[in-house]
Design a protein around this ligand. Structure first.
Ligand code: DGI
Ligand code: FE
Ligand code: FE
Length: 190
């Protein structure tokens, strides 16, 4: 599917705000791909589509994931919005014709990250957080600079701030978010 067609479909599935965010991630990921020698087309496609399942109502996310036979863990059961990555990858393939496995996995893991991410997976994880339409939350200016100078540092910084935020709100934390943080902080020491 070409971009125009994907955009048309995406517009009908997302709120205006979420669509604008998605295009922001598309272009931010493209810039980062240029810096880090990653395929720009793949970065754009993953960035554009990463939240394609975000606007499905929460309870429907859980129903659809189960119906499709996607694995649902206890954190996702408790907080089905976490499923928009897995569901997004499913729709990217089924409805937007994405076949590239790395694009699909970048969509799957864009919220939690995962240990040993590929460059593209890291780029989508970071671009999602820093794209220009995002609010200036804590450390944003610093994280934006790290994104273009030291990608792993940006990954760790984002995970740290996300974990702090979730803990301050007493929200349950997906094991994978915690594992990703551990993996990258351990790795930084070596
Ligand atoms: O979909 P976006 O808003 O663009 O960004 P996202 O997919 O990174 O989702 C952001 C939200 O996900 C934010 O409110 C923090 C939350 N989040 C990230 N990791 C976890 C999490 N929420 C819970 N409960 N547990 C997590 O491990
Ligand atoms: Fe998301
Ligand atoms: Fe997003």
């Amino acid at each position: 599917m070409d971009r125009e067609e994907a955009v048309k479909r995406l517009r009908s599935k997302l709120t205006e705000k979420r669509f604008v965010h998605s295009v922001g991630v598309e272009y931010t990921a493209a810039c980062m791909a240029a810096i880090y020698d990653v395929d720009i087309k793949k970065a754009r496609r993953a960035g554009l589509l990463h939240d394609c399942a975000k606007c499905i109502p929460t309870d429907e996310k859980l129903k659809k994931a189960k119906k499709l036979g996607l694995p649902v863990n206890k954190w996702e059961e408790e907080n089905p919005d976490l499923l928009h990555g897995k569901l997004g990858a499913y729709y990217a393939k089924a409805k937007y014709g994405v076949e590239d496995e790395e694009v699909l996995s970048s969509i799957t893991y864009h919220t939690t990250g995962k240990p040993a991410m590929t460059m593209l997976e890291k780029i989508i994880f970071v671009a999602d957080y820093i794209e220009p339409n995002r609010k200036m939350i804590k450390d944003m200016a610093e994280i934006r600079k790290e994104a273009f100078t030291d990608l792993d540092k940006a990954v760790i910084h984002i995970l740290k701030n996300t974990l702090d935020y979730l803990k301050s709100k007493d929200q349950s934390i997906d094991e994978l978010t915690e594992e990703t943080y551990k993996y990258y902080t351990e790795q930084e020491k070596n």
